[in-house]
Design a binder for this molecule. Structure first.
Ligand code: AKB
Length: 315
């Protein structure tokens, strides 16, 4: 726990992670101490519109709100970045540097920056992928996350910036929607199962990927941020495992609740991205360093997702 009153700024707060992280942190620290920002106006208060590529606008908010901690969630994800490689690289790297430099200048004390399973590539061991292993990503997003991890570690070693990071698996949520990722099918499937009882999946039936329910991911994020600095031994980014499953398995789980649900498979360019990523992840380092333990099974996640999406769609 910190000995000072944390004042938190969230960048990209309107996205899939930000939507739930804002709520969670506001509950914990009081909403006056959690300021949300996004390109678009947000319902959450207090919030500000911010283009995170604008370093001086970001610094002005940090000064105005006396921010101590930034959760930097702005990113172009894997599928979109393959369509806009240079834009993806620029967005993902420029915004990271702006935030790291605020840490270097001493204006902020702590940073969270998400990495991803996308840092791994076709030459990485695919099963139970270790914390430290071959990392030759084949996507723009993965290259940007891999480079970003090394920059985080560099700023920690050279300038003492307390930056912490998790390699998120595919994240599954109903409150916030994913946008532009390869693992998005695992959210879309719930919406389509409830709306149409039919889903056409853009990955093959047996494509295993590491996945995690958002409630676990938010808890992991905050647990990492609250761990004593000396326990955070990995300053690139931590592997984090939840469940590993493939489209046919999640479809079978949904069928237990919606027996006439049907799925078919029309793989597109995202199949090659998924094939380059791990099928499952080893997170022993996170378990050992800050006591990480996932709580959600695929069964429990499916029940909560169906309930949540149902209420969101007013069904
Ligand atoms: C994506 O699919 O691009 C993201 C990720 C795994 O980082 N969800």
């Amino acid at each position: 726990m910190s000995t000072y009153q944390e004042r938190i700024l969230i960048l990209g707060a309107g996205g899939q992670i930000g939507t739930e992280l804002c709520e969670y942190l506001a509950e914990k620290h009081g909403s006056n101490n959690v300021i949300a920002t996004d390109l678009k106006p947000l319902a959450y208060q207090p919030s500000e519109t911010l283009d995170a590529t604008n370093a001086s606008a970001l610094e002005e908010l940090v000064d105005r709100y006396q921010i101590t901690t930034i959760y930097h969630l702005v990113a172009m994800l894997s599928a979109t970045a393959e369509k806009h490689p240079e834009k993806g690289w620029a967005l993902n790297m420029d915004t990271l540097f702006h935030v790291l430099n605020l840490g270097k200048s001493g204006k902020i004390k702590k940073i969270f920056w998400p990495s991803s399973i996308a840092v791994f590539g076709p030459s990485t061991p695919r099963h139970n992928t270790p914390q430290q292993t071959i990392m030759e990503p084949s996507t723009v997003y993965g290259i940007s996350k891999g480079a970003g991890e090394l920059w985080c570690s560099y700023y920690f070693e050279k300038y003492g910036v307390d930056v912490r990071s998790i390699r998120y698996p595919g994240l599954i949520s109903w409150k916030g929607e994913p946008g532009g990722g390869t693992t998005d099918y695992a959210v879309d499937i719930f919406y389509e199962a409830l709306r149409k009882k039919q889903y056409t999946c853009f990955l093959k039936a047996d494509t295993y990927l590491p996945m995690m329910y958002m409630t676990d991911a938010i808890r992991a994020t905050v647990e990492l941020m609250e761990a004593p600095a000396s326990d955070v031994r990995v300053r690139t980014s931590y592997n984090l495992a939840g469940n590993s499953f493939c489209p046919s398995e999640i479809a079978a789980e949904i069928k237990k609740h919606i027996p006439d649900f049907e799925i078919d498979y029309v793989p597109d360019f995202r199949q090659a991205i998924a094939d380059s990523w791990p099928a499952s992840i080893n997170d022993e380092a996170a378990q050992a360093d800050w006591n990480w333990k996932p709580k959600y099974s695929v069964e429990r996640m499916t029940e909560e997702m169906l309930q949540g999406v149902k209420s969101k769609l007013n069904l």
